[in-house]
Design a protein around this ligand. Structure first.
Ligand code: SF4
Length: 293
């Protein structure tokens, strides 16, 4: 078959069951489950991507499996519950993301920062990577001050397809500004972004998007195949062959990203990227530096 290279392990096993039970006990949500991530069985051996502020997003991107609608009230105890769950799971790397909460004045940035701080206090050795929304252009200061090791924000697709693929409130320029702001405020924090391919973009447009990310100072990029979550979502226009992903990865390397991962099942939170960051930190190449904030 033409897509024989897209094969995933089923999310079953004692370890996956244990992770689920720790999450359910505290009513915590992971994007791994909500977004039907194909790598869940592999990733949950070492990490999990927690989705903060509930399972319902105020936006409705046309590629995303997360439920769109009116979210519930914020769980004020979420930072502590999260820190407890990470301790019980014994995670040395945790990825936090959130739905968009355009219904909250600061988009939930203060709550997000409180979650990072709670983890740092409970488990100082756990590295925290965050994948943040655009907060409609509001200042990101609270998140930057909380000093996660990586701040990611996804460009998702090439410039021409932004309004087709993403919610109308998101945008190419706004996302690049988010990434640029983080680097300007604290260059010691690694910045990361992710693109999906297979939505109808051209090779040149992908290269242009990679250029724009580098110009915004982005260190790490991940690029993966778009997979349609249901018939209500955008159809796949093309399945890229692993050889084509290799070519995109070569382009990313030439542009100077410190790390790039490109492949059919590569997602924003990707195990290889986390290993890379862990190695940098262990090797002493990461300096905690908040003096630019
Ligand atoms: S902003 Fe878009 S991609 Fe992010 S959770 Fe909401 S609907 Fe999904």
């Amino acid at each position: 078959m033409v897509t024989d290279w897209i094969k995933v392990r089923l999310p079953v096993g004692v370890h996956v069951d244990r992770m689920r039970s720790i999450l359910r006990k505290r009513k915590l949500v992971t994007v791994c489950e909500e977004a039907h991530c194909p790598n869940i069985a592999e990733c949950w051996e070492t990490t999990a991507t927690f989705m903060l502020m509930g399972p319902v997003c105020t936006r409705g991107c046309k590629f995303c499996a997360v439920t769109s609608g009116k979210p519930g009230l914020l769980d004020k105890d979420e930072p502590e519950k999260l820190a407890e769950a990470i301790a019980e799971m014994d995670l040395d790397y945790a990825v936090l993301t959130s739905v968009n909460r355009d219904d909250i004045p600061d988009g939930g940035a203060t709550h997000f920062a409180a979650c990072i701080i709670a983890i740092r206090e409970a488990r100082p050795d756990t590295l925290v990577e965050v994948l943040i929304p655009d907060y409609l252009g509001a200042p990101l200061q609270s998140i930057i001050v909380a000093r996660p090791v990586v701040i990611a924000h996804n460009l998702e697709t090439v410039e021409r397809l932004q309004s087709v693929v993403r919610d109308r409130r998101a945008g190419y320029a706004r996302s690049l500004t988010v990434l640029r702001q983080v680097k300007e405020k604290n260059p010691a924090i690694y910045t990361k972004s992710s693109l999906m391919v297979g939505l109808g973009e051209t090779e040149e447009e992908v290269t242009d998007a990679l250029h724009a990310l580098r110009q915004a100072g982005v260190d790490i990029v991940t690029i993966g195949q778009y997979l349609r979550p249901s018939q209500w979502h955008l159809p796949v226009q093309k399945y890229y062959h692993p050889v084509e992903f290799k070519q995109i990865e070569e382009t990313a390397k030439e542009l100077g990203f410190v790390f790039s991962a490109c492949g059919p099942l590569v997602r924003s939170s990707y195990r290889a990227g986390e290993l890379f960051i862990k190695n940098i930190v262990k090797g002493g190449m990461y300096e905690e530096n908040s003096s630019h904030v």
